[in-house]
Ligand binder design. Structure first.
Ligand code: UDP
Length: 323
């Protein structure tokens, strides 16, 4: 059985929908940011907190868990700067509790959601896994801390893991039964689409004087279903003992500027955006684009969806949000 922590959240719920096809799944979520109705009903659901040692102990005693996939984290860069304690508590301390309980129950296979924010402001155009990590905010720090803990735990306790560093996840499940819904929403693609649906008056571009061709930040957008597929490949490789301590970037390898994203949203929807140029947002590097060569070479994973497909699937979801 596979324990998916944070399976009610955006990326976790998409993973669960794919995973239930081949595996028995138990979802643990405290529903602080996730949605109960996003959890596939083929999975067992237990509501509770990742930092609750007694509760975790019961789960690991009750269910025959082979591996843990951990998606539960706070993930807003700006909030992490204002309230770092929340990030170190939820993302680091609670994860440490989880790892301790896993080891106690001899569960030693772990898939961890990390982030491009671990790289900080990279000094290369295309980021690979050897690019120096130097996070510039507590969110990125909290993820990197767990990465380091995992490396030490693998040496000391034979914990085996796959770390995925996500670039910009976007899009929705093909049927549009689940999709991206955050409170508050801070991500570019959902904000633009909500604006084009008339739910927001305008879309602000945070900074138009970056050192990029059109002056706006460049990001690497990756479809959430592509992310989910990569996790399943990572899990299979871990279970088959083909990998034991790997870190992979997950991105498309293509960068799109904020302006290009807005233009693509306009093209997909046929609606013109009302754009406001505003100040830079704290903590935003000018350009984050991944090389996903390693995950292709080792797990055979390649992104299937490009920006336009990502936005089309997100639009289908936003037009008729189910939760
Ligand atoms: N962005 C923007 N306006 C918005 C939201 C985001 O210009 O209303 C920019 C943001 O500054 C960044 C890019 O869009 O350069 C992607 O931001 P998002 O929050 O979606 O993801 P992040 O890269 O921070 O993980």
């Amino acid at each position: 059985m596979i324990l998916v922590i944070g399976g009610a959240g955006y990326i976790g719920s998409h993973l669960v929908k794919e995973l239930v096809v081949s595996k028995k799944v138990i979802v643990l979520d405290n529903l602080s940011t996730g949605h109960l109705s996003a959890i596939d009903n083929r999975a067992v659901f237990v509501e509770g907190d990742l930092g609750d040692r007694k509760f975790l102990d019961e789960i690991f005693t009750q269910y025959p868990i082979d591996a843990v996939m951990h998606f539960a984290a706070n993930s807003l860069v700006g909030e992490s700067v204002i309230d770092p304690c929340k990030y170190y508590q939820n993302n680091v301390a609670s994860t440490l509790t989880l790892l301790e309980v896993m080891l106690k129950h001899n569960v030693k296979k772990f898939i961890f959601s990390s982030t491009a924010a671990t790289y900080g402001i990279p000094n290369v155009h295309i980021i690979n896994e050897d690019t120096i990590t130097n996070p510039i905010n507590p969110y990125g720090q909290s993820k990197l801390m767990i990465e380091k803990i995992l490396a030490d735990f693998s040496k000391a306790y034979n914990l085996e893991y796959v770390i995925f560093r996500y670039f910009n996840a976007a899009g929705a499940f093909e049927s549009a039964e689940i999709g991206e819904k955050h409170y508050p929403e801070t991500h570019l693609i959902p904000l633009v689409l909500q604006h084009l649906l008339g739910k927001r008056e305008q879309i602000a571009i945070f900074g138009s004087d970056y050192d990029t061709p059109d002056g706006t930040c460049i990001r690497d957008y990756i479809h959430v279903t592509d992310l989910a597929r990569a996790h399943i490949l990572g899990l299979e490789a871990l279970l088959d003992n083909k990998v034991s301590t790997e870190t992979y970037n997950l991105g498309n390898g293509l960068g799109f500027s904020v302006k290009e994203v807005i233009e693509t949203c306009e093209k997909v929807t046929g609606i013109k955006a009302n754009i406001a140029l505003s100040d830079r947002r704290d903590g935003d590097p000018a350009r984050l684009v991944a090389s996903s060569e390693k995950v292709f070479n080792q797990l055979g994973w390649k992104a299937k969806y490009q920006l336009e497909d990502i936005i089309k699937s997100a639009w289908k979801w936003h037009e008729d949000e189910k939760f």
